[in-house]
Design a binder for this molecule. Structure first.
Ligand code: FAD
Length: 645
């Protein structure tokens, strides 16, 4: 037999769902030599996840495609709760905002996963200059780690060897349910077994083609059945529940008045239903299938579930309103199980992200969001370590930061899905029923968690929790940099300040320069900038791995870019001149009012402060412009993260 061809790559990504595509996007933005493989022959075209939370949209914006999602998606603004009245008939009992107002410039939106994957693929193509492609119908069949080499992060060490198997298109196309003309997602559901081992075996028997990859890092983004996780011997801990749900994406024909609102409908005794209004007149229905129960093995028989059984369960819940459809776009069914991975990495060389390390019910619209956010946390760290810029020890912060989020997610889902799947209480004495007041309360409180904005990473080499929080009281260290409107100093154009924190792999020194017209403050700023531009430690990183953004609080029309701001804040380029996008002001705009950004960030207008943001927009450090923290604090932060070049 001919020898399998062998090649090298810095990062191998297994799986191109939302987590794998986010990782690939970072690889493209950071210019890393990566391979991405997926066992399926095509991307997703319809169905699957659809809810995009506020934090995910902020991330998409930093990558350059939030506008596409925002335009195409259905925007979810109100949530209506329907419960049985005393006569047992359902009626609307409450309306609440779907996402809490004033948290973010985005709200929750819904759009099917296929479109979201398309935006990722286009972005990867653009940023990698069409060099990074998803290798479809390709899957790993063995993974060997040279344990001794793992601690050596030198540029020429590739401790991981993966044998890849190339499938035929036929092998890589999952079978749909028998007799079904509509696409279903049952093959991806947890009601179905995994086909990875089968695919490998069949391809081996046919002597299909293989190749060997030597990699520095591997990231398993291969979903709930994760093959990568199995190779590492790690477990998902937790239990399946007895709750079985069906999902239908249909264009509904109904007299139910709130069909274009997100609704939670609890019927008196026929189970619950969730309505998610979607793009193109589609509506997603999540329907509890009370008549289908798991067998002794703990699994439900999926052959009994069809679109017809699902809609008939929905009709019982929503009665006396009518509900039917002519067009069904996609459907699936799943059994709720809440599990979290024991380990998120092995030796800081092989990582797991997304459903590979957490699974739960999809109704709170979390899985895809949290999966993408796992990869968003990891991607830049890998990028900077591969480039030899950051210390390899930053990789350990991935598990520290994300495992806690996964655990919080499971706790949240546990509460939420039990309240959602439970029967409504008839009265206060009905102890086995669910109180609808408790459901509403859980929904409202859960909203903050679900938005993704409450993530607060603990102290580490990347998060200097003990730096000076008092100088930016509303910019919490460990949380994402909040957004308030500021104006560009040179053009007077208003921007959300967070929009300027692009996902380009750079840390940012955000200089809140204060009142630059005060001679004392101007002297402080100049002294800080002198240190910044003359530091031998930072010199190789400045403007390459560290960008500088400034926001001052003096009057825009009394200040001038070239005379009031030291050059390092808006550096000069031989070919393109001064950087006009680096200095902003907290001032009144002509058309969009005054955001009072300094107040929003909790920063003193006169004296300002310095904030360091990580490449993923999380706040790593807050300190003064001068005094003991001053420049030394900033330099010490970077000495903890970057290697000396
Ligand atoms: P996956 O999406 O499972 O992707 C894994 C990828 O790896 C796949 O492309 C697969 O082909 C590939 N793969 C698997 N094994 C191998 C292998 N051995 N080798 C190579 N490739 C492999 N989440 C939300 O945030 N919002 C929602 O509204 C939402 N709704 C949902 C509705 C339904 C009905 C379901 C089922 C899920 C929903 N989710 C939702 C959850 C969401 O779909 C998942 O959490 C998300 O897709 C996880 O992303 P991932 O990239 O980790 O894994």
């Amino acid at each position: 037999a001919t020898e399998a061809p062998e090649s090298k790559c810095d990062v191998l990504v297994v799986g191109a769902g939302p987590a794998g595509l986010m990782l690939a996007t970072w690889m493209a933005h950071c210019g890393i030599n990566a391979r991405v493989v997926d066992k399926r022959s095509t991307k997703i075209y319809n169905g699957q996840a659809d809810g995009l939370q506020m934090r995910s949209l902020e991330i998409f914006d930093s990558l350059g495609f939030a506008d596409r999602a925002w335009k195409e998606a259905n925007h979810m603004l109100e949530m209506c709760m329907w419960n049985p009245g005393e006569d047992g008939k359902i009626r609307r009992s409450d309306r609440v905002p779907d996402t809490p107002p004033n948290l973010c410039r985005f709200t929750q939106i819904v759009l099917h996963q296929g479109r979201i994957e398309r935006f990722f693929l286009d972005n990867i193509k653009k940023y990698s200059k069409d060099t990074l492609h998803i290798d479809r119908a390709v899957l790993p069949e063995s993974l060997d780690i040279d344990q001794k080499a793992c601690a050596d992060h030198s540029a020429d060490i590739y401790p991981i060897t993966v044998k890849l198997r190339h499938l035929t298109d036929e092998e890589a196309t999952p079978a749909q349910s028998k007799g079904s003309t509509v696409n279903d997602g049952l093959f991806r559901s947890n009601l179905a077994g995994d086909d990875t081992d089968d695919l490998i075996q069949k391809s081996r028997e046919k002597q299909g083609s293989t190749e060997i990859i030597k990699a520095k890092y591997v990231v398993g983004c291969d979903g709930a059945h994760s093959w990568t996780r199995r190779q590492l011997g790690f477990q998902l801990e937790g239990e399946p529940t007895d709750f079985i749900w069906g999902v239908l994406d249909i264009i509904p024909i109904t007299d139910f008045p709130d069909i274009r609102m997100r609704c939670a409908v609890h019927s008196a005794s026929n189970g619950s239903l969730m309505v998610i209004p979607r793009e193109n007149k589609l509506v997603r229905l999540y329907i509890q299938l009370t008549e289908i129960k798991p067998d002794a093995s703990g699994r439900a028989d999926r052959s009994r579930i069809t679109p017809e059984t699902i809609i008939s369960a929905a009709q019982k819940i929503i009665a006396p309103y009518s509900l039917s459809y002519h067009y069904c776009d996609w459907w699936t069914a799943y059994q709720i199980g809440q599990r979290v991975g024991t380990n998120f990495d092995s030796q800081n060389r092989v990582f797991l992200a997304g459903d590979a390390v957490h699974t739960h019910s999809p109704k709170a619209g979390q899985g895809m969001n949290v999966s993408m956010q796992d990869a968003y946390n990891l991607g830049w760290k890998l990028g900077l370590v591969v480039k030899g810029v950051a210390k390899p020890s930053i990789l350990a912060t991935y598990q520290d930061e994300r495992r806690k989020i996964a655990q919080d997610l499971i706790d949240f889902d546990h509460k939420f899905s039990r309240l959602f799947s439970g029967r409504p209480a008839k009265d206060v004495l009905d102890e086995t029923g669910v109180s609808m007041a408790a459901f509403k309360d859980a929904f409202v409180k859960g909203n903050m968690f679900a938005s993704g904005l409450s993530v607060d990473y603990g102290a580490s080499m990347l998060v200097a929790k003990d730096s000076n929080q008092d100088l930016a009281t509303n910019t919490p260290i460990g949380m994402r940099f909040p957004s308030h409107k500021v104006l560009n100093q040179c053009s007077a154009q208003p921007y959300h300040f967070q929009e300027r924190l692009k996902s380009d792999g750079c840390f940012r020194i955000v200089v809140f320069a204060g009142n630059v017209l005060s001679p004392a403050q101007s002297a402080r700023l100049r002294a800080f900038c002198d240190k910044l531009s003359t530091s031998t430690f930072l010199a190789p990183h400045l403007h390459n791995n560290i960008a500088i953004l400034t926001c001052h609080s003096a009057k825009r029309t009394d200040t001038d870019l070239l005379s009031d701001f030291p050059d390092v804040l808006h550096r000069f380029d031989e070919k393109t001149g001064w950087d006009y996008d680096a200095v902003y002001v907290d001032d009144v705009s002509y058309h969009e009012g005054y955001a009072d950004a300094y107040k929003g960030y909790g920063v003193q207008k006169e004296t300002g402060c310095v904030v360091i943001t990580r490449p993923d927009q999380y706040v790593g450090y807050v300190g003064a412009l001068d005094g003991e923290e001053g420049w030394e604090g900033v330099e010490a932060y970077f000495k903890g993260v970057f290697v000396t070049i």
